[in-house]
Design a protein around this ligand. Structure first.
Ligand code: PLP
Length: 388
């Protein structure tokens, strides 16, 4: 009998919830109007989009007119950073970190090619950015700080409340890539000093290809595309209506169930970390406590993460080494290297990201497969001192 799939890669994407699919279905079938049309089938759809905007705003502690729907986290990051740069009359300086997702790092690289200057802040061994470092990096021409709320590889939660307060005090825009944080940890934009925030639906059991950018009222951002007035011309193009409706429903459910889900994930995470660290030559990557409830990242010395992944896959376990976006490339994770791991440990990393449908039975299966697999791979490794 085929083993049931044990999915431990929620940091890459998460399954669409039944309730979310239900909410989306009418907009994939009979409710097909264009929200920009003046006739009644169009007006009904406009109303659905605006209700989704209200729900999204409510879940974040924002106002509906501060929510802009996009095609996902990557596009939101591009609009936030490139759009803020475009809205300026002169070049300037931007502060980010060396552990951002490529959807931030590559935008910064592009801006540097266009004549902006960029500071990539280092992190400590837990992946934490220090407020003092941010403060020291500020220059008279700094116009933006972009620092993620939680890291996608190691789950470290960054001090965005403090960084935001500093940015606001200095008159610098603060953008945060919160794709891993929204729907996973509590977050209230009425309390945080954030100007731009990125989120993506498929990371919290919503559909793929839809996200949002929160833009605080009065924040100067220019569109990257021309072509229409949708989303107040910041993101023109006919709206992904089923996606938008699904995003709002998924976020509403995630926020509603957050305390319960957090308890569930923390219990699983504790068992997972304890079990992994009981294995020889294994280290935990990321912060012991300031980390996402569903994130576990470990390095096994003397083995290749890729080999481990393939071995797990054969046993019906889906995990990740480094971030999914760089999988297949032989380079070790830029995040782990920035945290000071040597190449060997960085290459032996395994990321297990938990979700609401995971249970102790998933971990039972993992622990029946992983220790013998690690042992087998180490016996094959020339680096392993225990090799006979
Ligand atoms: C997944 C992810 C993204 C990209 O989001 P998409 O919606 O897949 O484009 C960006 N940033 C972080 C931190 C992510 O985890």
């Amino acid at each position: 009998m085929q083993e049931r799939l044990v999915y431990l890669d929620h940091g890459a994407t998460s399954p669409l919830r039944e309730e979310v699919l239900e909410a989306m279905l009418p907009f994939l079938k009979e409710r097909y109007g264009n929200p920009s049309s003046l006739h009644s089938p169009g007006r009904v759809i406009r109303q659905a989009v605006e209700e989704a905007r209200e729900k999204t705003a409510l879940a974040l502690g924002a106002e509906p007119d501060e929510i802009f729907f996009t095609s996902g986290g990557t596009e939101s990051n591009n609009i936030a950073i490139r759009g803020a740069a475009r809205a300026r009359r002169s070049k300037g300086h931007l502060i980010t970190t060396s552990i951002e997702h490529h959807a931030v790092l590559d935008v910064c690289k592009g801006l540097a090619e266009d004549g902006f200057s960029v500071t990539y802040l280092p992190v400590d061994r837990y992946g934490l950015v220090s407020l003092e470092m941010v403060e020291k990096a500020l220059r008279p021409d700094t116009f933006m700080i972009s620092i993620m709320m939680a890291n996608n590889e190691v789950g470290t939660i960054e001090p965005v409340a403090e960084i935001g307060a500093l940015a606001r005090e200095r008159g610098v825009l603060f953008h945060t890539d919160a794709v891993q944080a929204v729907g996973q940890i509590p977050l209230d934009l009425r309390e945080l000093k954030i100007d731009l925030l990125t989120l993506s639906a498929h990371k919290f059991n919503g559909p793929k290809g839809v996200g949002a950018l929160y833009v605080r009222r009065g924040t100067p951002v220019a569109p990257l595309y021309d072509g229409g007035g949708q989303e107040k011309a910041l993101r023109p193009g006919t709206e992904n209506v089923p996606g938008i409706v699904g995003l709002a429903r998924a976020l509403e459910l995630a926020v509603e169930e957050l305390p319960e889900k957090t308890r569930h994930l923390l219990a699983l995470r504790r068992r997972l970390i304890e079990g992994l660290l009981a294995m020889d030559d294994t280290v935990l990557n990321g912060h012991p406590t300031a980390r996402l409830p569903g994130n576990v990242n470990v390095s096994f010395n003397y083995i290749e993460g890729e080999a481990l992944l393939l071995g797990l896959d054969l046993e019906g376990i889906a995990a990740s080494s480094g971030s999914a976006c760089t999988a297949g490339s032989p380079e070790p994770s830029h995040v782990l290297l920035a945290m000071g791991l040597g190449h060997q440990l960085a290459r032996g990393s395994l990321r297990l990201t938990l979700g609401r449908e995971n249970s102790d039975a998933c971990l039972d299966h993992l622990f029946s497969v992983l220790p013998p697999l690690v042992e087998r791979l180490r016996k094959m490794s020339a680096l392993y001192p225990g090799q006979s």
